[in-house]
Design a protein around this ligand. Sequence first.
Ligand code: DX5
Ligand code: ZN
Length: 217
Amino acid sequence: MPIISPSMLSADFLNLGAEIDMINESDADWFHLDVMDGRFVPNITFGMPIISAMKKRARKPFDVHLMIVEPEKYFEAFAKAGADILSVHIEVSPHLHRNLQAIKALGMKAGVAVNPHTPIAMLSDVISDIDVVCLMSVNPGFGGQKFIDQTIHKIRQLKQMISECGAHTLIEIDGGVTLDNAHTIIKSGADVLVAGNTVFSSPNPKDTIKSLKEITK
Ligand code: DX5
Ligand code: ZN
């Protein structure tokens, strides 16, 4: 069964407590938290104070996706705020290997997020050091965008790279995941589905999460 990580970017921020309770009670596995700085991506969301407030109520791991420049400046702050998995973008990490070690030294799982234009080959020499690859299936910055079909090819390539290395890296797909395309995504080799719009704009978010969770290869 896939790991389901609902993106809180599409939650109702005025009722964040109730939205967190809903995820707690649902079949979701993680909370996906999108941090944006208005520099790496053309949007700004939330940071440490909101994450630490959410942590008091949430009962599932925090999968924090940093879409910020110079992410290494804030690793410790995100660890303190409650991140369990911390993902940095490869495009803002000239020292990716160092970043991965620094994240793990703080007790978190280390993730690498990859933009749609970035070749999978960029990961080949560090794949065994990565806990989760967050493959962007939209251009990062906003929820509710359309899935980029080329991602399916990248999932297969990445899956092959991981098995050739005997690594245990999880493949997470982020952006435009729907009940219609989720099966193809899982069948291609993905382990984790992020879903914002699909979950939170559905009439019954808990049922939608359940349907995503029940998708099999
Ligand atoms: C986009 C974010 C995604 C986004 C996904 O930059 O990284 O996590 O919230 O939203 P949906 O599922 O609506 O495409
Ligand atoms: Zn994300």
